[in-house]
Design a protein around this ligand. Structure first.
Ligand code: ADP
Ligand code: MG
Length: 328
């Protein structure tokens, strides 16, 4: 059953005197109950902007210019803010912000911080909130007695677990996790992923997992949306996108993933950096970096087309891209 449906979502940042940063440009995807979607792309492609648009936590210069975000068929973008705050944010859709594990208050005990977050949203006393905080800590694999510790007494991995606990405090249906493992070392990254996977199963949680690392996302996701320069360039279930990519950008992201034998894949990694979104390139936004570029790529924007019922791609050359990149 479709829980969340994002349609043609458009959010630009206004820069006075310069124009608009095209951060979220006609993004669309679906999420079912209990499903995980991975959103991947290099830094600066609009992933965090998409996340804060869904939660409507936006800076003043952000303008939602179009589209719909349907939660159980209700457009939550149009809902008045008071209702959205009361019924949707944290309660139905919640988020672990990028870098948030370093934003815990250093002089307040972890348990108290979680309890305070609960009390802001629920009409409960301190005693109940603290009890709930301990239960939440246990749920994310932290000994409940550690509620009495200060953040500096926690390792990085534990602080991230505490942030996940806080995000789950009101039993949301959807958890957005923005780069949840980026600042952590490899072993701890794997543990956090394992935690997310088990929470998803136990709570039937839907997860929007955001990362620049496609192999990380692939481990947990049922489907993947690859974002480039504010747009989705490839979308589909994990089997299609991860194992049989059609977009040269996705292939480039995958080139940094070692194959089973530990060897680098044959693919070359992508040179250059994502474009300035104040003035995205004409035609296909990826064309200045694309090894398969032909004339049409710089002239006309490709449509997003179906390769099959579970696989969409936005590339003029998607029919021959795999062969041309030496993948078949
Ligand atoms: P990602 O999370 O994929 O790294 P972001 O969503 O953070 O990407 O950023 C997308 C683009 O939006 C970037 O070009 C970034 O500089 C720009 N951006 C982010 N926040 C603002 C803001 N408040 N005002 C103007 N531009 C912004
Ligand atoms: Mg980000």
């Amino acid at each position: 059953m479709t829980l969340l449906e994002v349609k043609d979502l458009k959010m630009y940042y206004e820069i006075l005197g310069k124009g608009y940063v095209h951060a979220v440009d006609n993004i669309g995807f679906n999420l079912d109950k209990g499903e995980t979607i991975g959103i991947v792309g290099e830094s600066g492609c609009g992933k965090s902007s998409l996340a804060i648009t869904l939660l409507r936590i936006l800076p003043h210069n952000a303008k939602i210019l179009g589209g719909e975000v349907l939660l159980n068929n209700t457009n939550i973008l149009k809902m008045d803010m008071e209702r959205f705050r009361k019924n949707i944010r944290w309660r139905r859709i919640s988020m672990v912000f990028q870098g948030a594990m370093n934003a815990l208050n250093p002089v307040i005990k972890v348990g108290d911080q979680i309890a305070e977050a609960i009390m802001i949203h629920k009409n409960v006393g301190k005693k109940y909130a603290l009890k709930r905080a301990r239960r939440l800590l246990k749920m994310v694999g932290i000994e409940p007695s550690r509620a009495n510790n200060y953040p500096f007494e926690f390792s990085g991995g534990m602080r991230q677990r505490a942030m996940i606990a806080m995000a789950l405090a009101l039993n949301p249906d959807i958890l957005i996790a923005d780069e949840p493992t980026t600042a952590l070392d490899v072993i701890v990254q794997a543990q956090i992923l394992k935690l997310l996977k088990s929470l998803q199963r136990r709570l039937n949680l839907s997860i929007i997992l955001i990362s620049h690392d496609i192999s990380m996302v692939a481990e947990l996701s049922d489907k993947i949306a690859v974002m480039y320069a504010g747009q989705i360039v490839e979308y589909g279930d994990i089997k299609n996108v991860f194992l049989s990519p059609r977009h040269p950008y996705t292939m480039g992201l995958l080139s940094s993933v070692p194959n089973i034998k530990g060897k680098k894949r044959r693919l070359e990694s992508i040179k250059g950096v994502p474009p300035n979104l104040l003035a995205p390139p004409k035609g296909c936004r990826f064309h200045p970096r694309c090894p398969l570029k032909i004339d049409i790529c710089s002239e006309r924007e490709p449509e997003i087309v179906s390769v099959n019922s579970n696989h969409l791609v936005k590339c003029h050359r998607y029919m021959e891209s795999r062969r041309l990149m030496g993948l078949e």
